[in-house]
Design a protein around this ligand. Structure first.
Ligand SMILES: *Cc1c(COP(=O)(O)O)cnc(C)c1O
Length: 427
C-alpha cells in the first residue's frame, strides 16, 4: 500500500500526535520539560532517565495484559512480553548478584508492601528507622498501611554523631524481638553497615529487609557495601540513583521466591505494567556499563564537593558531611527554616526539598533542614567545578538580606550554568 493509502485507512487515534489530539495536555508536558531544563535539580530522590528508558516506557507494551509470570500467564499472547520480563529479571539478577528477582512492583512502596505481606501477619512486630530521622513512610508511619497493620518499633540516629548507633539498634531488637528488621533510608548521608544489621537480625531470629531505594545505583556500581548477599529481602525503586523508570523491584533468597511472587501477584497487584518492566530491562542494561559506574562515582564526588563548599560557607550538615549522593543541611544556625530555604532556592531556579533533621523541634511542614542530592545534576553532566558554582549560588540565596536584584542575578547564573548541559535535545 502507498503511504497515502495507509494514512487514509488508519484510525484517527493511531495517527494523531498528542499535540493534535490533546493540545492542552501537550502544552503542560512542554511546560514541564521547560521547567526541568531550566532549573538545577537537587532533589536527592530524582534523576533524569535515559532516552532509551523513555522510549521503552512509552511503547505499545502498555497495551498488554500479562497477569502471572513468564510461562504461567492468565492471558494469551504473552510470548513476547514473557521474553521482556525474563530479560529484565536476568539482567537485574546479574547486576546485583541476586538469587531471585520480581520486577513487577509498580513502585518502591508497593515492593515494601509485598515483602510485609509475604513475611508478616497483622500485628507482627517490625523494627525500622524513624521517619523523622531519615526513614520512609512505608517503614511504619502511623498514617501509612505499615503503621496501621503492624506493630512498629523504631530506631533513630545518635544525637551526637548524627549516625546510626548499631549497638543501640541491637539493644532495641533484643528488647522488642521483631519478626522483620528494615534497614535503609530516604535521607541518610552515610554508608549503612548492612552486614551488621544482618548480624543483629540473626541474633534475634528476625528476617532482614534492606530498602536500598536511594542507593541502588551506588550498590550496582560497587560504591556502597552490598546488601544483597547479607539480606533475606532487598527492595528498591528504579528511578532514583538507578536512573530508570518510576517503579520498584524485589530481590530475595531463592527459598523466599514463591512467597514473594505470590504476594505481588495475586496478593497485591493485577496486571504488571509491561511497558515499565521493559523500561526496567533497559535500565538494568545501562546500569551494568562502565559509563554508569563512572557516573555514580561522579555523583558521590559531586556530593563531597558540594558538602565541603556549603560547610565552608557556614552551613551545618547532619553527621558532618556525606559519603553517598546526598546531604542533609541543618539551617538552625543560619536562622532560616527548611520551607523558607526551599522557597528561596526555588525563586532562583534550584529545586530541593525541606526535610526534618534528627530531633527537629519544628513540624514536618516547616522543618529545620533541606535535603540536597547530586544524582540528577550529575546525569546532566555537572562535575566538581559546577558543584562549586552551585554551592556559591545556594549560599548567596540563603544569605541575609537578599534583594530582588540579587535574586535576578542568581537566577541568571543558574541559567548560564544550565546552558552548557542540554537535556533531552531530541524532545
Ligand atoms: C523513595 C523511597 C521509597 C518509595 O518509593 P516510591 O516509588 O515513591 O513508592 C521506599 N523506600 C525508600 C527508602 C525510599 O527512599
Amino acid at each position: 500500500m502507498a503511504r497515502s493509502q495507509v494514512e487514509a485507512k488508519t484510525q484517527p487515534e493511531f495517527r494523531e500526535r498528542l499535540r493534535e489530539a490533546d493540545p492542552e495536555l501537550a502544552g503542560l508536558l512542554k511546560k514541564e520539560l521547560a521547567r526541568q531544563r531550566g532549573t538545577i535539580e537537587l532533589i536527592a530522590s530524582e534523576n533524569f532517565t535515559s532516552r532509551a528508558v523513555l522510549e521503552a516506557a512509552a511503547s505499545v507494551l502498555t497495551n498488554k495484559y500479562a497477569e502471572g509470570y513468564p510461562g504461567a500467564r492468565y492471558y494469551g499472547g504473552c510470548e513476547v512480553v514473557d521474553e521482556v520480563e525474563t530479560l529484565a529479571v536476568d539482567r537485574c539478577k546479574t547486576l546485583f548478584g541476586a538469587e531471585h528477582v520480581n520486577v513487577q512492583p509498580h513502585s518502591g512502596s508497593t515492593a515494601n508492601q509485598a515483602v510485609y505481606f509475604a513475611e508478616l501477619a497483622m500485628g507482627d512486630a517490625l523494627l525500622a528507622m524513624k521517619l523523622d530521622h531519615g526513614g520512609h513512610l512505608t517503614h511504619g508511619l502511623k498514617v501509612n498501611f505499615s503503621g496501621r497493620f503492624y506493630h512498629v518499633h523504631s530506631y533513630g540516629l545518635d544525637r551526637e554523631t548524627g549516625r546510626l548507633d548499631y549497638d543501640r539498634i541491637e539493644e532495641i531488637a533484643r528488647e522488642r524481638q521483631p519478626h522483620l528488621i528494615v534497614a535503609g533510608a530516604s535521607a541518610y548521608p552515610r554508608r549503612i553497615d548492612f552486614a551488621r544489621f544482618a548480624g543483629i537480625a540473626r541474633s534475634v531470629g528476625a528476617r532482614l529487609m534492606v530498602d536500598m531505594a536511594h542507593i541502588a545505583g551506588l550498590v550496582a556500581a560497587g560504591l556502597h557495601p552490598d546488601p544483597v548477599a547479607v539480606s533475606d529481602y532487598v527492595t528498591t525503586t528504579t528511578h532514583k540513583t538507578l536512573a530508570g523508570p518510576r517503579s520498584g523491584v524485589i530481590i530475595c533468597k531463592q527459598e523466599l521466591a514463591r512467597n514473594i511472587d505470590k504476594a505481588v501477584f495475586p496478593g497485591l497487584q493485577g496486571g504488571p505494567l509491561m511497558h515499565i518492566v521493559a523500561a526496567k530491562a533497559a535500565c538494568f542494561k545501562l546500569a551494568a556499563t562502565e559509563e554508569f559506574r563512572q557516573r555514580q562515582q561522579q555523583t558521590v564526588a559531586n556530593a563531597a564537593v558540594l558538602a565541603a563548599s556549603l560547610q565552608q560557607g557556614g552551613i551545618q550538615l547532619v553527621s558532618g558531611g556525606t559519603d553517598n549522593h546526598l546531604m542533609l543541611a541543618d539551617l538552625t544556625d543560619i536562622g532560616i527554616t527548611g520551607i523558607e530555604a526551599e522557597n528561596r532556592l526555588e525563586e532562583v531556579g534550584i529545586t530541593v526539598n525541606k526535610n526534618p533533621v534528627p530531633f527537629d523541634p519544628l513540624p514536618p511542614t516547616v522543618t529545620s533542614g533541606i535535603r540536597i542530592g547530586t544524582p540528577a545534576v550529575t546525569t546532566r553532566g555537572f562535575r566538581e567545578a559546577e558543584m562549586e558554582e552551585v554551592a556559591a549560588i545556594i549560599l548567596a540565596a540563603l544569605g541575609r538580606s537578599v534583594t530582588g536584584a540579587d535574586k535576578k542575578r542568581l537566577r541568571r547564573r543558574v541559567g548560564e550554568l544550565l546552558a552548557s548541559f542540554p537535556l533531552y535535545p531530541h524532545l
